[in-house]
Design a protein around this ligand. Structure first.
Ligand code: SF4
Length: 363
């Protein structure tokens, strides 16, 4: 990138950058929280999460002191819960290894749980002007187009090349702003479809613009086809209580609370599955599951239809500690699809207006 384009990019950023609350601070902790939230999440979605988080955990010490359930509750809906668990761990490391002062050096940041090269570069450059270039999906798109790179950006050799170019481009005096300007350009002008090349500050030396086919770059990467899956879950009801259990810490939704849930196996019907689950968890045999609702969601490579059933029982099964009052369910962090199902039906469940006549549907 020519020096003229670099300066034009910074000038454009100074005028056109979007307002974001974390851009009003140089606090590395607040910037780290924003960067962790913004991975795979749009600014408009992340903003209220960041605000709620900073109200509840305004300092790294307050995050370290908080119960993990509380941390997960404030992350609920953002997905990738390992990030929240790692942030909780990282906060303790900052207290023990850095006397509670959130680090700003790239190497110290990289040593924290859950912090990779992208986050370390972003936090160190934005909070303390460290000379580290960020390369995220937006920057990859801008660089591939600007430099005319036609190779697959997922290949390690291409990633090294992109990082080298990004490092060489970085503005000496304002590396943090330059990093943000590149990401902002990718998010607002150099968009995946129909980029706004006529308004682009670095268009003069952009190879993709010259070809008049900027969308050719970067090379599209084939995504694996989603696999369809059906899951059932049970909302067991007994005397105003329901059964939820905490998921193992190392899983996708580790540490969150879940109603009993399993996948329908090949050759098994939905009714057989929900009956098997009811017997496993609640004991007894004569359950009459009634469908409450269903929701579709994607998780990793799966496109899941999740079907919720109500099962009324007259006495608590084993694991007595897993029975919780219906009125408390909102206070436990849950996987987002279950939280949505709960939100849709909690009024009928809390008021006792239950769908008793609807038979359980098979697929
Ligand atoms: S000129 Fe167009 S393709 Fe090139 S960087 Fe700017 S917006 Fe992207």
């Amino acid at each position: 990138m020519t020096p003229t384009s670099k300066q034009a990019l910074l000038n454009w950023f100074d005028v056109h950058q979007r307002e974001m609350p974390w851009r009003l601070t140089k606090d590395p902790y607040a910037i780290w929280v924003s960067e962790m939230m913004l991975q795979q999440t749009q600014v408009v979605t992340a903003t209220p999460y960041w605000q709620r988080w900073m109200e509840r955990f305004p300092t790294v010490a307050s995050l370290a002191d908080a119960p993990l359930d509380d941390v997960l509750m404030h992350w609920q809906g953002l997905g990738y819960y390992a990030r929240a668990r790692n942030m909780h761990k990282a906060a303790s490391v900052v207290l023990s290894d850095h006397a509670g002062v959130f680090p700003t050096s790239y190497d110290d940041l990289l040593a924290l749980p859950g912090v990779g090269p992208y986050t370390a570069a972003a936090v160190s450059s934005i909070s303390s002007n460290a000379h580290r270039a960020v390369v995220d999906a937006n920057v990859i798109r801008v660089l591939c187009r600007h430099e005319g790179i036609e190779d697959n950006p997922k290949l390690p050799a291409v990633q090294v090349r992109l990082q080298t170019i990004a490092d060489a481009n970085l503005d000496e005096a304002r590396p943090g702003d330059f990093n943000q300007a590149m990401m902002e350009l990718g998010a607002t002008l150099c968009t995946p479809k129909s980029p706004f090349c006529d308004r682009c500050p670095i268009g003069d030396d952009c190879i993709a613009k010259k070809t008049r086919m900027p969308e050719r770059y970067p090379l599209p990467v084939e995504k694996p086809k989603a696999i369809r899956r059906t899951d059932v879950l049970i909302i067991a009801l007994c005397d105003g209580m329901t059964y939820t259990h905490q998921l193992p810490q190392d899983g996708l939704w580790g540490g969150l609370y879940s109603f009993p849930r399993i996948s329908v196996m090949d050759g098994e019907s939905v009714i057989e599955t929900v009956t098997r689950l009811a017997i496993d968890i609640l004991g007894g045999e004569n359950h009459q599951p009634v469908e409450l609702g269903r929701i579709r969601h994607a998780v990793t490579i799966y496109n899941v239809e999740l079907i919720a059933y109500i099962v009324n029982v007259t006495e608590f099964a084993a694991d007595h500690h897993n029975w919780r009052s219906l009125s408390e369910i909102d206070t436990f962090p849950m996987p987002n699809p279950q939280a949505k199902l709960w939100a849709q039906h909690k009024h009928e469940l809390l008021s006792g207006r239950l769908p008793v006549s609807q038979p359980a549907l098979d697929l």
